[in-house]
Design a protein around this ligand. Structure first.
Ligand SMILES: [Zn+2]
Ligand SMILES: [Zn+2]
Length: 222
């Protein structure tokens, strides 16, 4: 079973995850590297490298092929019976494949309320402990600054409208922490883009930038 889990993936199943390697670029305050759209990952990220990775859908497929009865469960539940997150908004899980149980951890830095990403990340992490895509994980350098946006392969499932709706929810969640209501956020957004767009109708790229802007304000205030 371990050999099958560890079998290499096809090139078409391997995505490119951008990782920013310059601290100033990751803070969006770099004068040295100008962000332009990257041909490989399509991101606007400044100086970055690409890590090969296998998305959670292909990992799930691999697990199903090997053990259709594989399962995962969260470590702990909150009172309402939902999976509990840790202080860093990460999710610890136990995953069982072919009778072998391993522990996994999922996080989604910079994204609040991204539960599906947490689950996918935790499954990928636990599966790695069983050897799935291990050779790709081994190549991951230790000196990258921050996890950048998820690679296009994982985003492709969302339509532009869905992505915009997701971002609006994220922005509302960020705003809530700063005690901003919808009207405050819409006002701040209007001001931020100098009246050129409205919060309700702005496209995903603009919302994405605004989210980062809003988060930065939060971190300087705190
Ligand atoms: Zn830079
Ligand atoms: Zn790139």
């Amino acid at each position: 079973m371990l050999g099958k889990l560890r079998a290499p993936f096809e090139d078409s199943q391997i995505g490119k995850l951008p990782r920013v390697t310059c601290k100033a670029c990751s803070d969006r305050a770099c004068s040295e590297h100008k962000p332009s759209q990257c041909r490989v990952c399509k991101g606007f990220l400044g100086k970055h490298i690409h890590l090969d990775y296998v998305g959670h859908a292909h990992v799930t497929e691999r697990l199903l092929e090997i053990d259709p009865g594989w399962s995962w469960e969260p470590f702990a539940l909150v009172e309402r019976g939902l999976p509990a997150l840790d202080a860093s908004n990460g999710l610890w899980i136990r995953m069982t494949v072919g009778g072998k149980t391993v522990i996994g951890y999922g996080d989604a830095p910079g994204k609040r309320a991204a539960v599906k990403e947490l689950i996918g990340d935790a499954i990928r992490n636990a599966a790695m402990r069983l050897g799935v895509a291990l050779d790709l994980w081994k190549k991951e350098p230790a000196d990258t600054v921050a996890r950048a946006e998820p690679a296009p392969a994982e985003k492709r499932s969302l339509s532009p409208e869905e992505r915009a709706a997701e971002l609006r929810n994220l922005i509302l969640a960020v705003g809530k922490k700063k005690r901003m209501r919808l009207a405050d956020i819409a006002g701040a957004f209007h001001e931020w883009c100098r009246g050129e767009r409205e919060f309700r109708t702005a496209p995903a790229e603009v919302l994405e930038e605004f989210q980062q802007h809003l988060q930065k304000i939060g971190s300087t205030d705190a």
